[in-house]
Design a protein around this ligand. Sequence first.
Ligand code: CP
Ligand code: NVA
Length: 327
Amino acid sequence: AVNLKGRSFLSLMDFTVEEVRYLLDLSRDLKAKKRMGVYNYLLKGKNIVLLFEKSSTRTRCAFEVAALEEGAHVTFLDSNSSQMGKKESLEDSAKVLGRFFDGIEYRGYKQEVVEDLAKFSGVPVWNGLTDIDHPTQILADFLTIEEHVAKPLNKVKLVFAGDIRNNMSYALMYGAAKTGIHFVGLGPKELNPSQEILDRVREVGKLTGAKIEITDDVNAVAGADVIYTDVWASMGEEDQIPERVRLLTPYKVTMDLVRKTANPDMIFLHCLPAFHDFETKLAKDMKDKGHDIREVTDEVFRSHHSKVFDEAENRMHTIKAVMVATL
Ligand code: CP
Ligand code: NVA
């Protein structure tokens, strides 16, 4: 039987195929219980700290609501209001937090930070997004796929269109490798993912039958069950918007792209937030020059294909499962 008590959740790559399956099943179970109004206070008396070096709506709220529903207490710290990484070394902060808290969530830049937190704190640490991973998001995405696509995950074809070198692209590759999803990264050669990561996920994919492909040919969406996209410039990369618009406009998710799947039952997913910050000077300049800087059209985003709000809700159920399983 799977037992994840005491484990950190830093990347799906650290988990076996069975453990990933277990977390998805537990998520589904906790979601069904909530629907029935049944709470078992599985985190009663636990203290949890949420560390955010970047902003968040879904991840923070999912952790807070999930923790409170199961009877835990939550403390929120952002980089402005704590000493971490400024007046105090990460190692010392981690050691202190490990004395106070039963579990630590961290969102920030480097994957090494979340790894060090786990190493020094001695309590489970959960990755709430780094520059190369977003594992709690993947559990929500895959739960959503299981709810809306009438196929087992190892028969699903998922195309991630856009910035194929960002955290979501990598996180989806890790998840695909562990579940047998056929992953296609669709984007320009200039943004090709790291070869080292591709080698790693393809190696794991041999176990599950996952095919992991990278292409710049939009016809690769043929037969896709899922088209997934994310913002063209991630948090901290806003200055790169003009370059990304140039590179990624051919990969915008439009109804044309949806039709190319030739699959009327295909679904559209997006981790959210979707780009809407048209008021910045950069965005206005781009717009004046006639560029639409959105990664997906409203037509697709608001269509019956789009399951983005079910997906967002599932962040809560899956994050709850991660905390319950590891505590
Ligand atoms: N998808 C996601 O992580 O959203 P937030 O940035 O709002 O947490
Ligand atoms: N790629 C995005 C994901 C946000 C959830 C970012 O890092 O900003």
